[in-house]
Design a protein around this ligand. Structure first.
Ligand code: GLN
Length: 427
């Protein structure tokens, strides 16, 4: 075993917890410092999900992805800041302070994996793990000018990931370049008997820039209303570069996208209201005495320890799942989800890949998105890939107002290979 001393200044508040002294062994990632988002369980290292309710919680086991990282000799140097329980697009809803964007410290790094993105962008670590339920890897990758991949649903085990919305989320790699994203993805995409949705499709691939003859479809909805004009131009120019490299570009349509945000927010709030019911102040986190009746205790504890955004979503989700409303909301959202999946499969029958912007804007100024609805709208280009379950990567493609812009490339289920190759060709 070798020793690793992690001693870096955290100017952007990218980390909630750092591990100063670690030991590591041999493997494909031997001695490489990796940052892990704070909703991924790490044995013996505090894991808070960016929430006060889990302050002091030390998991007794490692998430499957963490076990795989350690097996390959990676050094887990710390746990990164995030929107509380992954609910947000800016990393401003963390109970541990905001993370700033290393490209411009007056702006947010994106979210919810903003800490992981900032840690990579400012050079503290070469790679990090994030999670993506509706864009939380791709959004901060886009805002901070790094590469981030949301894998196909089921390609990476979620065992040990503290659940927000289980039917949508995936753990995925973030790094400065596509090669490192590919290397990290190779390590974490291994089957796992503890996650029944984890499929046995290990990724064993070296990126190749071959894009000649590939068909790339560009959905007109990705350049529609609400998408900043300069961002659109920048991404369109990037897509045209694929044409220069020998790919064919065509326009397509994903009509079901008009339901995407509604389907996403009903699904994720419903699942969150159920998943977060386990945080009752007794089972996890700092222990409180049972001084009052259990339901008073439970209510007061949750009222005090959950942040505003989390409470808003628990309320929404509990309402959507309540008797008499389940069929009206959650079941309908599932139908919309299926239609979105069908639309993607249809487009990806003819085309190999889909391309468009990752986010409709460059990184927001800190405090700019104070209206939750407005914030939800900015997820419009990322949530469709989660609803469809398809892989999607964000790769930097230029600048607007000196801030990075992300190109999003989406592929067929379990075809991360083509998505990564296209991103590699572009880079
Ligand atoms: N911004 C989206 C949300 O708030 C996505 C979050 C995520 O992917 N974890 O739910």
């Amino acid at each position: 075993m070798k020793k690793f001393i992690f001693d870096a200044e955290d100017k952007n508040n990218a980390f909630i917890t750092t591990v100063k002294n670690s030991e590591y062994g041999e493997g494909n990632l031997s001695g490489i410092p990796v940052a892990v988002k704070d909703n991924i369980s790490t044995k013996g290292i505090e894991t808070t999900c960016g929430s006060k309710i889990l302050k002091g919680y030390i998991p007794p086991y490692d998430a499957h992805v963490v076990t795989l990282l350690k097996k390959q000799g990676a050094v887990i140097v710390g746990k990164t800041n995030m929107d509380e329980f992954g609910m947000g697009t800016t990393t401003e809803s963390s109970a541990y302070g905001i993370t700033t964007n290393p490209c411009d410290e007056t702006r947010v790094p994106g979210g919810s994996s903003g800490g992981s993105a900032a840690a990579v962008a400012c050079g503290m670590v070469p790679m990090a793990l994030g999670t993506d339920t509706g864009g939380s890897i791709r959004c901060p990758a886009s805002f901070c000018g790094i590469v981030g991949l949301k894998p196909t649903y089921g390609r990476v085990s979620r065992y040990g990931l503290i659940a927000y919305s289980n039917s949508l989320e995936q753990i995925g790699p973030m790094a400065k370049n596509v090669t490192d994203v590919s290397r990290l993805f190779e390590v974490i995409s291994k089957p796992d008997i503890y996650d029944s949705t984890a499929v046995e499709k290990p990724y064993l691939h070296t990126p190749s820039p071959e894009i000649k003859g590939k068909k790339i479809a560009v959905p007109k909805e990705y350049f529609g209303e609400g998408v900043d004009e300069e961002v659109s131009k920048c991404v369109m120019n990037a897509i045209l570069k694929f044409e220069d490299m020998g790919a064919t570009i065509s326009e397509c349509s994903i009509p079901s996208m008009s339901y995407a945000l509604a389907a996403y927010y009903v699904t994720c709030t419903s699942e969150a209201s159920s998943n977060l019911s386990r945080f009752d102040g007794v089972r996890f986190g700092p222990k409180v005495g049972m001084l009052k009746k259990w339901h008073d205790e439970y209510r007061e504890y949750r009222k005090d320890k959950f942040g505003e955004e989390v409470k808003r979503r628990i309320l929404l989700g509990t309402f959507a799942l309540s008797a008499g409303y389940y069929g009206k909301y959650y079941a309908k959202a599932k139908v919309a989800k299926e239609n979105i999946k069908k639309d993607f499969i249809r487009v990806l029958k003819d085309a190999d890949l889909i391309a468009g912007p990752t986010m409709p804007n460059i990184a927001f100024k800190i405090g700019e998105k104070s209206d939750p609805l407005e914030m939800y709208l900015s997820d419009i280009l990322t949530v469709p890939a989660n609803l469809a379950g398809v892989p999607a990567i964000s790769v930097p493609c230029g600048y607007v107002e000196k801030m990075p812009v992300g190109l999003q490339i989406i592929g067929r289920h379990f075809d991360e290979e083509s998505v990564i190759d296209a991103a590699f060709a572009f880079e």
